[in-house]
Structure formats: C-alpha cells, structure tokens
Write a protein that binds this ligand. Sequence first.
Ligand code: UTP
Length: 276
Amino acid sequence: MIKKCLFPAAGYGTRFLPATKATPKEMLPILTKPLIQYGVEEALEAGMHTMAIVTGRGKRAIEDHFDVSYELEHQILGTSKEDNLSCIRSLIEQCTFSYTRQIEMNGLGHAILTGETLIGDQPFAVILADDLCQGDTSGVLSQMIDVFEQYQCSIVAIEEVPMEETNKYGVIAGKLIDETDNIYRVTDMVEKPNPDDAPSNLAIIGRYILTPDIFDILRNTPPGKGGEIQITDALLTQAKQGKVIAYKFNGKRFDCGSVRGFVEATNYFAKQEGII
Ligand code: UTP
C-alpha cells in the first residue's frame, strides 16, 4: 500500500513573476483554493494520509496553510464564514504534513532526492501541484494506484500533446501492453526533446508513483538537460530494466505553471461551480 505522497514545491515559478516573487507558485488559487490543496485532496482520495513537501526559501506560506490559524478562526467562529475553512480543516485533521528544504534548486530529480528523508524505503507517489488534474470517475493518482497494484513498478502518467510542444515535457517511447486501460511499458524516455527528436507525442505529466530504488539511481544521475538533475533520466535507468509503466489517465490536466493553463483551469472550475 502506498502511504506517502511527495510534493516537490521548491521551484522559483519564474513564469508567474511578479506574482511568485514573495508567494509560492503552489499557493496561487484556482477560485478560492490554492493549487497545492487540490493536490493534497487528490492524494487523500487515493488513500494517502502522509504528505511530504519539499520546500525552499520563500515557501513558508505552504506550511502556514496546512496549520490552524487561531486568530482567524476565533474571529470567524459562529459566523457563516466559518464554512469557508471547513475543507482545509478537514484535511488537517486527516493528514500529517512534513517538510524539508531543497537548499539549491538543482531540478526536479534533485528535489525528489531531497525528499528521501521524509519518504524512507517504500514506494511513494509524487504530485507536481502546478499540474492540476481532475479525473473522470476517480482521481488521477487513484487510477495510478490501481495500475501500480497490478505491475508493482514505477508508474508515470502520460497525455498526448501536440507534437510541437514535446520540448516542454519528458516524452516516452513505449509498447502498448494493455489497450483497454491505455497502459504502456516504457522503452525510452527523453527530457524536453525537440519535435524532430521526440520518440512520440506521449508526454509525462506531474503525477508519478516511484519505487524507492529511484533514490540510489538519482544519487548517481549526472545533471542533464538545463544542467539540472532530471527525474526523466533516472526513470530511464529503471525503464531499461523494464520497470516503468506509462498510463494514459482518464481525465483532464491543466498546466497551471503557465499563465494560459492557469486561466483555462480558472474558467473550467468557475463554469463547474456555476460562477460564470
Ligand atoms: P518547473 O519546471 O515548473 O519549474 O518545476 P518552476 O521553477 O517551478 O517554474 P518556472 O519554470 O520557473 O516557471 C516542476 C516542478 O518541480 C519543482 C517545482 O516546484 C514544480 O513543482 N521543482 C523544480 C523543485 O521542487 N525543485 C527544483 O529545483 C526544480
């Protein structure tokens, strides 16, 4: 059973400057909820109660969000506004949150390795909170847990993207092994390839289930694209042993790390809530 979910949340979020100068990207709200809260809700729905968050300088608001705020709660006690906090209160009651800091921003792979101290020697999930996902029937992580239970190896969530956008993602090559459930055994993966060099248009999005041997692999993975330690490079080592499955999930994903994706998500959720 997978109990822990890791949230790498140390990145600078430069695409959202100046908003992210003093506010973590993960705290930007879609309607009234910060991105990272959607992620925690998705992990909880998938049965995880331990949230491990990799933060960095300027990210303290994340810790404050998953804590009680006595003054505020006292102030609104007994008023209709109390309800506005009920969803976050319920998360705080059901989950434990632990934090560690990434001292140097050496890439997503490095952020995941930094989280080892919170995860230990067990399979774990990873959510990049700026990829906001809504599953069709169950959450995307929940769907991935079902795949993990069957294959017992690392799982990446994938989506078809326009060929001209492959340079924004890790891209896989794989053999379709289950047509009904859209499951591929990964044979190759490349970080942010130019369309001409991309092995497919199947892009990895911000949801992973990783087996703990990934930590030793990451320790021995040299910096790759952009001089950063890339999780895609470490996963390739596992893929060469036949130990990575790619799963084309059922649902929607919004790239809320980009302004366009953020606006699309806001419109989508506002329509769902009947606000527009
Ligand atoms: P991004 O590639 O979106 O980078 O990171 P970023 O810094 O957050 O945003 P931009 O590109 O400057 O606008 C993908 C995920 O990996 C985390 C980020 O927090 C985000 O969730 N990350 C990235 C780290 O935790 N540490 C890093 O060193 C790099």
